[in-house]
Design a protein around this ligand. Structure first.
Ligand SMILES: [Zn+2]
Length: 233
């Protein structure tokens, strides 16, 4: 049995395991991550709070306005009711009435502005609510997908681990140790194919003798440049 070939097969399994392990970590980092959702909910709450403040101000303003109306009615009754005859008093009531009417005009303007603010705030609130609903829905769907991906990846990894045990079980311990050592140093790729006389790990041209030894497969031959285990199919 060609040792380098066995190690190459082991490496294929290990690379698959590595890919899926990374994918699983990525999936897990996204699971439960709800920054966007929290931000949307907070935006929704802010707008709701502003709307409720404005509505409260509007009620207060309406109440003040009706109080003012009552005051005006009292003064008008005195002015035009005939009970007050004294011209000085009448003039004073006349002045009061004008002041009150000016105040009423100002309050009416304020109320109008408030009503417009309330209306635009209502639109804003309903927009933010529907934004939140959309983000919430998408978030739930996405989390569901991530959970499914997690389950799939875990199952695939379990199967790959089994396969790895099987493949590794047929390799002698010295070869395995060398493989693990080079793999650690080369961060994943311990075995390099030889194609057209070149090590595919570092692309250097290999001495013919090394190529021949590698082709025999009786012993493990390492690239003289990068140290990877050479595999000639
Ligand atoms: Zn090399």
């Amino acid at each position: 049995m060609n040792k380098a070939r066995q190690l190459y097969e082991l490496q294929e399994v290990d690379l698959e395991i590595q890919l899926r392990t990374e994918a699983l970590a990525q999936v897990r980092s996204q699971l439960g991550k709800d920054d966007d959702l929290v931000a949307a909910r907070s935006a929704c709450d802010t707008v709701k709070k502003r709307l409720s403040d404005l509505e409260h101000q509007q009620k207060t303003e309406e109440w003040e306005l009706s109080e003012l109306g009552a005051k005006i009615a009292v003064v008008e009754k005195k002015l035009f009711g005939g009970s007050v005859k004294n011209p000085k008093e009448l003039m004073a009531f006349q002045q009061d009435l004008e002041i009150l009417k000016t105040q009423r005009g100002e309050r009416e303007d304020r109320l109008l502005t408030l009503m417009m603010d309330v209306e635009s705030s209502q639109q804003d609130a309903s927009l933010k609510k529907s934004d939140f609903g959309k983000i919430d829905r998408e978030w739930r769907e996405n989390q569901q997908k991530l959970l499914q991906q997690q389950t799939e990846l875990e199952a695939e990894l379990a199967a790959l681990e089994q396969k790895r045990n099987l493949v590794a079980g047929q390799i002698d311990s010295d070869s395995l140790s060398l493989y693990e050592e080079v793999r650690r140093v080369k961060q994943g790729q311990a075995v390099a194919k030889v194609m057209q006389g070149r090590c595919q790990g570092c692309r250097i041209s290999l001495p013919v003798s090394d190529q021949q030894r590698a082709r025999m497969g009786q012993e493990l031959v390492q690239c003289s440049n990068c140290g990877r285990i050479l595999y000639l199919s």
